[in-house]
Structures are given as C-alpha cells and as structure tokens.
Design a protein around this ligand. Sequence first.
Ligand code: GCO
Ligand code: MN
Ligand code: MN
Ligand code: MN
Length: 403
Amino acid sequence: GKSMQEQLRFAVCYWHSFGWAGTDPFGDPSFERPWHGAGEPMAQALHKADVAFDLFRLVDTPYFTFHDRDVAPEGASLAEFHTNLRRIGEVFARKMQDTGVRLLWGTANLFSHRRYMAGAATNPDPEVFSYAAAQVKNVLELTHELGGANYVLWGGREGYETLLNTDLKRELAQLGRFLQLVVEHKHKIGFKGQILIEPKPAEPTKHQYDRDVAAVFGFLREHGLEHEVKVNIEQNHALLAGQTFEHEIAMAQALGIFGSLDMNRGDELLGWDTDQFPNNLPQVALSLYEVLKGGGIGQGGLNFDAKLRRQSIDPDDLVWAHATAMDLCAQALLVAERMLQDGALQRHVQQRYAGWDGEAGRAILNGERSLEDLARDVAERGLDPRPRSAQQERLEHLVNSYL
Ligand code: GCO
Ligand code: MN
Ligand code: MN
Ligand code: MN
C-alpha cells in the first residue's frame, strides 16, 4: 500500500529546522549554521534552501511548510521582499520538481516584525492591516503557484494585553474582514487549497482571539465563513488551551472544520509552547485514532511543527529527530488502525447510545416530542431509568492491548 509517509502526509517545517537559531528569552543563538551569521542575505537564503531540500530527501518527507520570512530575505521594502520571495519561489519550484517534495501549506509571518507588535489584522492602524494584506496576497499567490494543498493563518499577535487600550469589538470585526478578503482572493486566483486557521491561546498575546477550535468556529460562523475555512490543530496549543489534542481534533470534526495537524509535544505541567518533537506513542496513537474515526487526514497533513532543544546543536540531530518522529507517528498510525479495525471501542460506543437509534430516541431528536409529551411519556410508561456503567477503566486499559 501507500507508504506511511504518504498516508499521513508528513511535512517538515522550514522555520524550526532552518530559521530558529537556538535562542531563548535568556540566551543567544546556540546553533552555528552558516546562514545565521553575517553574509549576503540572498546567498544565505539559497544555501539554506539547498540544505532544506537535502534534509527533505534524507528523511523522505513528502511535504514541507514555510513562512515567507523563513525562506526569503526581508530587504529594505515590501517590494524588495516580494522580489526575493519570487526568486526563492522559482528555486523551490525547481527543487520540488527534482525531488518530488510537495508543499503542504504556505503562510505569512505577521508577528515577528515590530510593525506587527500590536497585531496585524487587529491593529489599531489600518495601514498595518493593509501591509499585512499585501504580505498575505504575495504568499497566497506563491502557495498557489507551487501547488500548495493548503494555506495557513496562525493568529500571531491577533489578541490583546489589556482591555484598557483595546476595542475588542472593532478588532474582531477587523479580523473577520481580513479573513473574508483572504477567502475572496483565494477564489479570484482559483486556488483550490484549503484555508486553515491555527488556534492558539495565551502566546504571544495574553488573550488570543483564536484561542481554540470552538472559539474559531464561533468566529467563522459570525462572519459566514464556516464553509470556507477549516483549522490546523497543534498538540501544544491544545494543551495550552486546557484541552487535549484528541479533544480539539474531535471537536473540529464534529463542527465540520477539521483540516490538518501540527504535530509536536508540550509538557503538560510546564504549560508553554515548547514545540518539542513528539515522542509519546500512546498519546500520538490516541490522536490518530480520532483522525481515523473522523475519516482520515484528507487534504491536510501531519506537519512536524517541532524544534530541536537548544543544546542539540549537531546538524545530525535534526535528521535524527525528524526520522524518529516520523517512525513514531507511523507506529502510532498502526496502533490507531488496530483500534479501529478491532472495533471493540466503537462497539461499546454504539451500544452506549443505542437507545437514541430506537423509535423513542429518534422521535425526540426529530423534534416530534415537546417537553409536555416527554413528561406524559414518563408518567404513562412509568419510566425510571437505571444508571449504567460507562466502563471507563476497562476501555482505557483496553487501549494498552493495541500498543
Ligand atoms: C507556534 C505556532 C507557529 C505556527 C506557524 C504557522 O508555535 O506558535 O505553532 O509555529 O504554526 O507560525 O503560522
Ligand atoms: Mn503550529
Ligand atoms: Mn506551537
Ligand atoms: Mn510552532
């Protein structure tokens, strides 16, 4: 059959692998990569692209992902940035042709530069909104030209620190307008990829508008975009929102907006977006089980939004981390498939809700029974339901038998 890589549509991200230099709030760069030092920016970007595609081939990834700023030098103006981006885009197109590596999604960095310190679409200054719009137009078009399967919008600094200087209602309206413009342009240029919002709470702003799947869905509904935009769900972000990855996946599926996965691992108790490589088999298996139950990964994929720890400074560490993470996810997929094929879990769920498939249950859901009808049913039929065990411990233990 199809390789695991293809089945899960693995992607390697450009920013953590080649952008991040091992800095933290207290420390300077710890990685010594040629393109992090001084040098002619375009020459460095081209060198970085060579190394990137070498890694893609080494770990045999079918897809990659990038931000505009990861791949091309900023230059002195947006026009210059655009020219640089086009040039790298041509290099990518050639390398993609040569290697067969495809683009899972592109995205614009609307959060690193200080012009975005008060947000992009939600900025109090409409000129910043316009600048962000111009930036997204460029990357969306490039993503389209490179045959990208999706386009991601992570709400970088779309949020606020204090209400004392913030008009929350206006900012939400601005964000809605921004998203509508992106969707309009997608249709105008004929991009068939899926637009995805990536929810995240608490970082970088205290109150992120797109904090979790449910919040994003409410927002999409408010702006009539629930059939146009889906979500890219990240493990770390789900934890930060006080959810689990599985929960966010299941919620997105239930609401019809499941799109794609950013796979990584956060520390449950330390609660920060550390973007570590996934390394916990049961955890990944449970999330892939939810994905499979809901019909699979579709045109999304499994993007390793993961970075090396600051002390893993050997270039080989990067290869090792990706290769082992892919192997882990492939194993987890086998576990998830066993869980699904065996069927014991789903049979339990089916039995648990069986009453709703009967005549009485269906009549309630179809709107055929009023509160008065139900009260009469209870009285006439002398209903006195007996509580049943949910068998939680048994089922949780059963999961171990699939590992
Ligand atoms: C994070 C986010 C980002 C986004 C990426 C896409 O760690 O805060 O996951 O990495 O995925 O920037 O825009
Ligand atoms: Mn992410
Ligand atoms: Mn993250
Ligand atoms: Mn990330």
